[in-house]
Design a protein around this ligand. Structure first.
Ligand SMILES: [Fe+2]
Length: 260
């Protein structure tokens, strides 16, 4: 199975990911070894540290693609952004300075503030979904607000969001609690794709191959295939099925009763 990675900080010199072209090419080679064939470049945008405007990312991605080709690295890259949730997001969308995950401007990779799910998030999601935009919540398993109250994730999926889980979270890199939460989100059918969020080689690695293997072992190969198909559908701006979603707390209860 050729994998699709929808969240990666490989574009050189634009954020806290690959610091230069040499490191970016090294990361690209590892991505190919991992079985990744298509990769969305998602530098941080509108967080407190980085602004990576749409046109800049498009131009830099085209340059990077041609470097990959001249280096004979068989990886197709697409321009994207990891868009931070702020009160200014809707204005940025309306001004056209936002890169979506697909060419049809349907899916938006949305990062919530690390410490919380802000009060205004629901309103913003409503404003986006009512304009035909589907937010894909980046790594909810690493957000303190969702960690405190995982059932909030159910509410956001009900409101029309999808979620992107981090492959390394599923492999335990961020600790047992984050790994357990990732497991539960998947069992509640509230997880839709894995992405690496790879930055460099110090702890923020791809682990995509490993995560897909673990997913196939634990949930079945059909679920693993569905995750990768969901990623493809997002990249192509096509429908992703949301089916039989459960509260994360119900997953826990089910396990508990299973002990007796
Ligand atoms: Fe990221």
């Amino acid at each position: 199975m050729k994998l699709i990675d929808l969240h990666c900080h490989m574009l050189p010199g634009v954020d806290d990911g690959a610091k230069d072209q040499k490191m970016a090419l090294k990361l690209a080679r590892v991505a190919v070894e991992q079985g990744i064939s298509h990769l969305l470049l998602t530098p941080h945008h509108m967080d407190s540290h980085y602004m990576n405007h749409k046109q800049d990312v498009i131009e830099k991605t085209a340059v990077f693609q041609s470097i990959l080709e001249s280096e004979k690295i068989s990886l197709k890259v697409f321009p994207g952004q990891e868009v931070h949730l702020t009160g200014d997001l809707l204005d940025a969308v309306l001004e056209g300075d936002i890169l979506f995950m697909d060419a049809n401007n349907r899916y938006l990779l949305l990062e919530f503030p690390h410490n919380e799910v802000p009060e205004y998030a629901e309103n913003m999601v409503f404003e986006l979904t009512s304009r035909g935009i589907t937010p894909v919540i980046a790594h909810p398993e690493r957000n303190l607000g969702f960690q405190k109250d995982p059932d909030k994730l159910y509410d956001f999926v009900k409101m029309g969001c999808l979620t992107q889980l981090t492959s390394s979270s599923y492999m335990g890199v961020f600790g047992k609690k984050v790994q357990d939460l990732t497991d539960k989100i998947i069992k509640a059918n509230l997880g839709f794709v894995f992405a690496s969020d790879a930055h460099n080689f110090e702890g923020r690695r791809f682990m995509m191959r490993e995560a897909f293997e673990r997913l196939a072992e634990r949930e079945g190969s059909d679920v693993a295939e569905q995750f990768n198909l969901n990623a493809k559908n997002i990249l192509n701006g096509e429908d992703v099925n949301v089916d039989d979603i459960k509260l994360v707390s119900d997953v826990k209860k089910k396990r508990f009763f299973g002990l007796f």
